[in-house]
Design a protein around this ligand. Structure first.
Ligand SMILES: CC(C)[C@H](C(=O)O)[C@@H](O)C(=O)O
Ligand code: SF4
Length: 469
């Protein structure tokens, strides 16, 4: 029978189908963080229920944690309270808790793959929209609300209507300096932020096959920003190689058994999708956003589009440009940059720091730029040191902070001041996302690095060319 990858994984997890209603799905892995879990645990307490599968549940602190002096007590009272609540809840239910300072601590979507919690063919949920990241391994992974977190804690199941299937195929190869982040921003700019609403996306084609696991995670992470329920990529040798030997991955006979199953995880050649979309890799250039949603992006050498050429109302478009203090027709190149943020579950992995270092090596941070370089986890932080990247960064005048979500959503002290411009490797550029009045330009680690050393929006290709010249 011809089945999609998505159907194979979904159908094998259905515990019960409700006619004309949602399916009840078994959940293999449940990731928990401090923001969306307190009320869920309270619900369990009120009903005197224990977590059904603590060994399938993993808790970390990431959203409102400081990125400096993590060894000291957390100053902000609300953050301190949320962190303490998670620690106590985890202890009460026998759930592993990787709090501040723990070697496995980090952003929930970075530590899952890093520790082998994320595996092909699994169902993975978290009270967090960017759970889609884990789809890079051929898992069905999606964000859930707090009441659903409670449901999964209590039953290890969730009720979900089955989404439709979309496949986005990108063939060919990518141009110089075009990274997975650019591919994702390009797709969203073409589809808009609601273009995949109601769908679960499979990414296929040469461009994704050639991507590293880190790159695939970046792409799947951003699926949610075009409205998709999630995104996934069929596992291949690269996936298996990445997972093998990680702490929570299957071992010995269990590994062999898992591999037999994982190798079947691909869409059949004649599988039918509800919607198919095709792009060419060579059409993509380094991207940057100019507006207040992730779909408002252009190639870095381009100009801000005229309102008449974009979808949606002109008044919303103008409101967005007013917030950014940009004008239709402006060139993106040369725009002043005050802050640079490298980090988040989109681009806070080791490969992103390697990419950033490629450009800053032998250069200096621009004097007027404040740069926050925040690893996605302690393991990433450690790799940055071990690989000598920290030396490159330090020599160029940068400083490394401690892991967490940080300026991605500014729930801690890392807030971009009102009116300032930040080139950010994160995933959302909504009004006030990085601090009240802050203006965000989403881009890749390469574009962020180019901005950090020149102090303005700069095409990274011009700097890379100088190196090879
Ligand atoms: C705080 C959390 C619920 C939220 C999410 O769901 O995505 C956050 O991670 C974000 O990126 O906005
Ligand atoms: S890094 Fe940003 S997008 Fe990712 S989980 Fe944290 S706040 Fe959400």
């Amino acid at each position: 029978m011809s089945t999609t990858l998505f159907d194979k994984v979904w159908d094998s997890h259905v515990v019960r189908s409700i006619p004309e209603g949602p399916d009840v799905l078994f959940i293999d892995r449940h990731l928990v963080h401090e923001v969306t879990s307190p009320v869920a645990f309270l619900g369990l307490k009120n009903r005197n229920i224990q977590v059904l599968h603590p060994e399938r549940t993993f808790a970390t602190a990431d959203h409102n944690t400081p990125t400096r002096n993590q060894h000291l007590p957390v100053q902000d009272p609300l953050s301190a309270k949320q962190l303490q609540a998670l620690e106590e809840n985890a202890a009460a239910h026998g759930i592993p808790y990787w709090g501040l300072g723990h070697e496995k601590n980090g952003i929930v979507h970075v530590i899952g793959p890093e520790n082998g919690i994320t595996v092909p063919g699994a169902t993975i949920v978290c009270g967090d929209s960017h759970t889609s990241t884990h789809g890079a391994f051929g898992a069905i992974a999606f964000g859930i609300g707090t009441s659903e977190v409670e449901m999964v804690l209590a039953t290890q199941c969730i009720m979900q209507p089955k989404p439709k299937r979309m496949r986005i195929t990108i063939d060919g190869s990518l141009n110089n300096a075009v990274t997975p982040k650019d591919v994702a921003l390009y797709i969203i700019s073409r589809l808009t932020t609601s273009g995949a609403t109601g769908y679960f996306v499979e990414y296929a084609g040469e461009v994704f096959r050639n991507m590293s696991m880190e790159g695939r995670m970046t792409v799947c992470n951003l699926s949610i920003e075009m409205g998709a329920r999630g995104g996934m990529i069929a596992p291949d040798e690269k996936t298996f190689e990445y997972v093998k030997g990680r702490e929570f991955a299957p071992k010995g006979e269990a590994w062999d058994e898992a591999m037999t199953y994982w190798k079947t995880l691909k869409s059949d050649p004649d599988a039918i999708f509800d919607k198919e979309i095709h792009f060419q890799g060579s059409d993509i250039e380094p991207m940057i956003t100019y507006g207040t949603n992730p779909g408002m992006g252009v190639g870095i050498s381009q100009h801000i589009p005229e309102a008449s050429t974009v979808q949606g109302g002109a008044s919303t478009y103008h409101k967005s440009l007013d917030y950014m203090d940009f004008k239709e027709g402006d060139s993106m190149l040369g725009k002043q940059v005050d802050f640079v943020f490298l980090g988040s579950c989109t681009n806070g992995r080791i490969e992103d720091f390697r990419t950033f270092a490629r450009i800053v090596k032998g250069r200096r941070k621009a004097d007027h730029v404040t740069a926050w370089l925040v690893p996605g986890s302690h393991k990433v932080e450690q790799a940055i040191q071990e690989e000598g990247i920290l030396d490159i960064l330090t020599e160029a005048g940068f400083e490394l902070r401690e892991p967490g979500c940080s300026a991605c959503l500014a729930m801690n002290d890392d807030k971009i001041p009102a009116g300032k411009y930040a080139v950010s490797t994160s995933n959302r550029n909504f009004e006030g996302r990085q601090g009240p009045g802050a203006r965000t330009l989403l881009a890749s680690p390469l574009v962020a690095a180019a901005a950090a050393v020149t102090g303005k929006v700069t095409d990274p290709r011009t700097l890379l060319e100088l190196e090879t010249a």
